[in-house]
Design a protein around this ligand. Structure first.
Ligand SMILES: C[S@@+](CC[C@H](N)C(=O)[O-])C[C@H]1O[C@@H](n2cnc3c(N)ncnc32)[C@H](O)[C@@H]1O
Length: 230
């Protein structure tokens, strides 16, 4: 575990303060339905928050506020990591597309040697920092885009709910292949998204994860944790 503060160089400066204020204003700290030992700053409604994000940035095409929700895939993966701490203990873990940080928090709590959470959305990076504080854990936060930049040497790559769009899914699949070929254990949490690369997956666990109609077409999503093999 790291004994220093979350790395937040990307969040330095007045713009970062405004982003942090925005997250605190529009999300409230609450326990996760499927992982109650973790609490996160989450929103109740997606569309109004997206509109407010566009107003805050004074631009159209702002990133969707993924950071304000605990996605079913991430909840399943966080549940698995907490319940199988032996799999994570003493390992160097990267959480790609970490969102609000649920899998990263779970990995620290499970005793990982180090945890790095990657996010390209500055609002998510702010939420990652706030949620680390709220759960009294420490991890590194990076804006590095591992779809185009090299992945550091790691023992484990966690992919929670990242197979929902075709172009991104193809590239995440390539990232997972690279990581697995370099010897990392790659774990995927997924509630049946369209672009899941099923041919490479072995099922490890299955959960019924409560979610929200603000995001999904059902109140509960069957979510599977898979190992990705090459
Ligand atoms: C559906 S959310 C999943 C978040 C979290 N893993 C969970 O399960 O709650 C997908 C996330 O991917 C992030 N993302 C998309 N492309 C990315 C990239 N190239 N590098 C890092 N994060 C990325 C988005 O900003 C978004 O927060």
């Amino acid at each position: 575990m790291h004994h220093c503060c979350p790395r937040q160089s990307v969040n330095a400066g007045p713009a970062a303060d405004a982003v942090r204020r925005f997250v605190l204003e529009h999300a409230r700290l609450q326990p996760l339905p499927h992982v109650p030992e973790i609490q996160l700053y989450l929103a109740d409604e997606a569309v109004p928050l997206w509109q407010k994000t566009e107003e805050e940035l004074a631009e159209h095409g702002a990133p969707l506020p993924y950071w304000a929700f605990a996605w079913a895939g991430g909840q399943g993966l966080a549940r698995y990591v907490l319940d199988h701490a032996d799999v994570v203990k003493d390992r160097r873990v990267v959480v790609f597309a970490a969102g609000a940080g649920l899998e990263a928090i779970a990995a620290v709590k499970a005793g990982a040697a180090s945890v790095t959470a990657s996010e390209i959305d500055p609002f998510a990076r702010s939420a990652l920092a706030l949620n680390a504080e709220a759960n009294a854990v420490r991890y590194d936060i990076t804006e590095a885009d591992y779809l185009t930049e090299p992945l550091p040497a790691v023992d484990m790559l966690l992919l929670g709910d990242v197979f929902f769009e075709q172009p991104m899914s193809d590239r995440v699949n390539e990232l997972a292949i690279r990581a697995a070929m370099a010897g990392a254990v790659v774990l995927v949490g997924d509630p049946g998204r369209s672009y899941l690369p099923r041919e490479r997956l072995t099922q490890l666990a299955e959960y019924l994860v409560p979610t929200t109609r603000a995001l999904e077409d059902a109140d509960v999503k069957r979510t599977v944790v898979w190992r990705f093999d090459v």
